[in-house]
Design a protein. Structure first.
Length: 111
């Protein structure tokens, strides 16, 4: 993996609280294999019916990435997920479609 390539983690389907440990372990494994400067991109375009469990997953992944000194960005944030993130005070993790296009490649930065 090139040092400029981000670590891409896909969160898709219907997420439940049972998915949190699995996704955290997947991220931990990828972080241990990655170079020091690689950012983490979480692709959430495939999420179906985003719920608070999905928000919990994203918050945990963000925390784990930050503990390793890496930013976590979201890609493919839909309106429903954005509204949930806003409801719990984590809207800084997501951007609207207009801002995604302006940022290029539809990646939301940490806020």
């Amino acid at each position: 993996m090139d040092a400029s390539d981000p670590i891409v983690l896909v969160v898709a389907g219907h997420v439940t609280s049972y998915d949190v440990p699995r996704l955290r372990a997947e991220l931990a494994g990828r972080l241990s294999e990655a170079g020091p400067a690689e950012a983490v991109v979480c692709d959430v375009a495939g999420l179906r019916r985003p719920n608070l469990a999905a928000v919990d997953v994203l918050a945990a992944l963000r925390l784990d990435a930050r503990r390793q000194g890496r930013p976590l960005r979201l890609r493919g944030v839909g309106r429903e997920l954005w509204l949930l993130l806003d409801l719990v005070g984590l809207a800084g993790m997501a951007v609207t479609a207009e801002r995604e296009g302006a940022m290029g490649e539809g990646v939301a930065g940490e806020g």
